[in-house]
Design a protein around this ligand. Structure first.
Ligand code: ADP
Length: 502
C-alpha cells in the first residue's frame, strides 16, 4: 500500500527525472470509461457529465503534468480532447450545438495544452535543479572521502554532518552523524588512549566558540603502546552575511614527521653535548698557549693566535646555543631563581661586553633600581644576546644605548642600536627558532637564528615579555620586561635578605 501511495505521490518523484507515457494514458482512458459508465448506467442521462468531464480532466492534466512532466500533461490533454469529440459524436451534436462544442473543445484544448506545458516544464526544471544539487553533494562527499587527510564538518552547533573514513581510522573510533564536537565523548577502543584529546580541547569546538580559525594544533594519542601525533586545524564557515553556518576541521597524521623531528632533536642534543667538552678543553689549552707564547711570538703570530681563540669562543657559543635549544625542546632547561637587582646585573653585563664592542660605544643609563626574582645567569644571557646582536648588526663607530626602567610593576631593559634595522613584517618571526632575516641584496651575517628564540623562551618562562621596535635601515630597540618583586625590597634592610639568599 505504501509503495502504491509513494508511486502516486508526485512529490516522491521530484528529482528522479522519470516521465511515464503509459500510466497517464491508462489513467485518462480509465476516467473516460468511468464517466461513460456513470452517464449511461447510473445517471441514465448521457448529457449529465459535461461539468464533471471538464473538472476531472483539468485535475488529471495538472496532476500528470506535475507527476510526469510535459509528456504526462500532453498525453492527458490529447485523451481529454479526444474524449470531448467522442462525447459530441455519441450525443449526436448537430448544427449550432456542434459548432459551439467544437469551438469550446478547441479553446479548452489550447488552454489545457498551455497548462500541461507550463506545469510540466516547471516540474522538469525542479527535477534538474534537485539532480544537479544532489550531484554536487555527491561530488563533495567523494572528494571528502578520498582526501588523504582526516576531514570533519559540522553545523554551527558543532553537530557532525560529514566525516571521512580516514579520520575514523586515524582516531580508531566511529564518529556518528549528529555527534556534538566539544560536548559528547567518543567511545574509543582500549588500544587507543587519548592523552590530550579532551572534547572541550577540540580546535573545531574552539573555533566555533571564538569565530576564528585555529591553525596547526598538535595532539598526542597512544595507540598499541606507541605514540601517535595528529595535527589539527579548524575554521568556522561564514555565509555572505558573516553568520557562522558550519565548521570544518582537517586532521593529519604527523607521526612520521614528529618521529624524525624527535630523532633530529636527540641527535642535536647528543652532538652538542659531545662537542661541549672538547671545545672547553680546546679553549683552556688555547689560553695556556697564548699565555706561554705571549712573550716569544711576534705581533703577526699573536694576531693569528687571537683569531684562533676568537673562533674557538664562537664555536663554544654556538654549541652552547644548540644545547640550550635542545634543553628547551625537551623541557630540561631549569632555572635557578634568586632575588637580584636588574640594574646591577645590566651594569655588570655591559661592563663585561665593553671589551667585545671595540668598534661601538656602549652607553648605560639607569632610571631606578628594579628587584626581580629570576635566574640571573639566564637573564644576563638574554641581555648579552641582545647586545651582541646590536654590535653584530650595526656599523662601526655607532652608539648602543642600554637602559633599565622600573615602571608599572615591570623592570624593563632596552638595547637600542643604530644599525640595519628590521622590517615590521619580520618583528614577530625573528623570535622563532632558526629564523634569520635574509634579503638578497644584503650582506649576510654569521649565526644560526637561535639567540632570540632562546631569549624569548627564557623571558617568557619567567613570566616576562620581549619585543622589538624597529624600522628597516633605522636601527632597532629590543626590550624585555620582568615582573618587579617589590619596590620595598630595594631598601637597605631588604638588601640583607638578598645577601642571605645568595
Ligand atoms: P642570529 O644568530 O642570526 O643573530 P638571532 O636569533 O639572534 O640569530 O636573530 C635572528 C635574526 O634577527 C637575525 O638573523 C637578524 O636578521 C635579526 N636581528 C636580531 N637582532 C638584530 C638587530 N639588533 N638589528 C637588526 N637585525 C637583528
Amino acid at each position: 500500500m505504501k509503495q502504491l501511495i509513494d508511486y502516486l505521490n508526485p512529490l516522491k518523484l521530484l528529482g528522479k527525472r522519470k516521465y511515464s507515457f503509459a500510466f497517464p494514458l491508462f489513467c485518462a482512458l480509465i476516467f473516460a470509461v468511468i464517466l461513460e459508465i456513470y452517464a449511461y448506467l447510473i445517471a441514465n442521462d448521457p448529457n449529465s457529465i459535461g461539468i464533471a468531464a471538464i473538472s476531472v480532466f483539468i485535475a488529471l492534466i495538472i496532476y500528470f503534468a506535475f507527476r510526469d512532466g510535459i509528456v504526462g500533461g500532453f498525453v492527458v490533454t490529447l485523451v481529454t480532447v479526444g474524449y470531448y469529440f467522442y462525447i459530441m459524436y455519441t450525443r449526436r451534436f448537430q448544427g449550432d450545438q456542434l459548432i459551439a462544442g467544437i469551438e469550446t473543445t478547441l479553446v479548452l484544448g489550447g488552454i489545457y495544452l498551455l497548462v500541461a506545458f507550463t506545469i510540466g516544464w516547471l516540474k522538469q526544471t525542479i527535477d534538474g535543479l534537485i539532480e544537479s544539487e544532489a550531484n554536487e553533494k555527491r561530488r563533495l562527499q567523494t572528494i571528502i572521502q578520498q582526501l588523504p587527510v582526516g576531514i570533519i564538518i559540522t553545523d554551527n552547533q558543532g553537530r557532525v554532518t560529514q566525516v571521512n573514513h580516514l579520520l575514523e581510522k586515524m582516531i580508531g573510533a566511529k564518529i556518528p552523524i549528529g555527534y556534538t564536537i566539544g560536548t559528547d565523548t567518543l567511545i574509543v577502543p582500549s588500544k587507543y588512549q587519548q592523552k590530550v584529546a579532551v572534547p572541550a580541547d577540540s580546535p573545531l569546538a574552539y573555533s566555533l566558540r571564538i569565530g576564528k580559525p585555529v591553525v596547526s594544533k598538535e595532539f598526542e594519542l597512544r595507540k598499541d603502546g606507541k605514540n601517535m601525533y595528529l595535527n589539527v586545524s579548524a575554521a568556522p564557515i561564514h555565509n555572505k552575511k558573516g553568520t557562522i553556518i558550519a565548521a570544518a576541521s582537517i586532521i593529519s597524521d604527523i607521526t612520521l614527521q614528529k618521529e624524525m623531528e624527535l630523532r633530529k632533536d636527540d641527535f642535536i642534543h647528543m652532538a652538542s653535548h659531545e662537542l661541549k667538552s672538547p671545545i672547553t678543553s680546546l679553549n683552556l689549552y688555547m689560553d695556556l698557549l697564548v699565555r706561554r707564547l705571549s712573550k716569544v711570538v711576534d705581533a703577526k703570530s699573536q694576531k693569528t693566535l687571537d683569531s684562533i681563540r676568537y673562533q674557538i669562543q664562537r664555536l663554544q657559543e654556538l654549541v652552547s646555543d644548540l644545547l640550550d635549544v635542545s634543553r628547551l625542546q625537551s623541557g630540561k632547561l631549569s632555572f635557578h631563581r634568586e632575588y637580584f637587582r636588574l640594574d646591577h646585573m645590566v651594569e655588570e653585563t655591559v661592563e663585561e661586553l665593553r671589551e667585545l664592542a671595540k668598534d661601538q660605544h656602549l652607553h648605560y643609563r639607569n632610571n631606578k633600581g628594579a628587584l626581580v626574582y629570576a635566574d640571573k645567569f639566564r637573564i644576563s644571557q638574554v641581555l648579552t644576546n641582545l647586545i651582541t646582536n646590536a654590535i653584530k648588526y650595526s656599523p662601526s663607530n655607532t652608539s648602543i644605548e642600554i637602559t633599565v626602567e622600573n615602571k608599572g610593576g615591570w623592570g624593563t631593559v632596552s638595547v637600542k642600536d643604530h644599525g640595519i634595522g628590521i622590517a615590521q613584517k619580520q618583528h614577530k618571526k625573528i623570535f622563532d627558532r632558526l629564523y634569520q632575516v635574509t634579503e638578497s641584496n644584503e650582506k649576510t651575517f654569521p649565526g644560526l637564528g637561535l639567540g632570540l628564540y632562546i631569549s624569548k623562551e627564557i623571558v617568557t618562562r619567567h613570566k616576562g615579555k620581549i619585543w622589538v621596535e624597529s624600522e628597516k635601515g633605522r636601527g632597532s630597540t629590543f626590550y624585555f620586561s620582568l615582573p618587579i618583586r617589590s619596590n620595598k625590597s630595594l631598601e637597605p634592610q631588604k638588601q640583607s635578605l638578598l645577601t642571605k639568599k645568595k
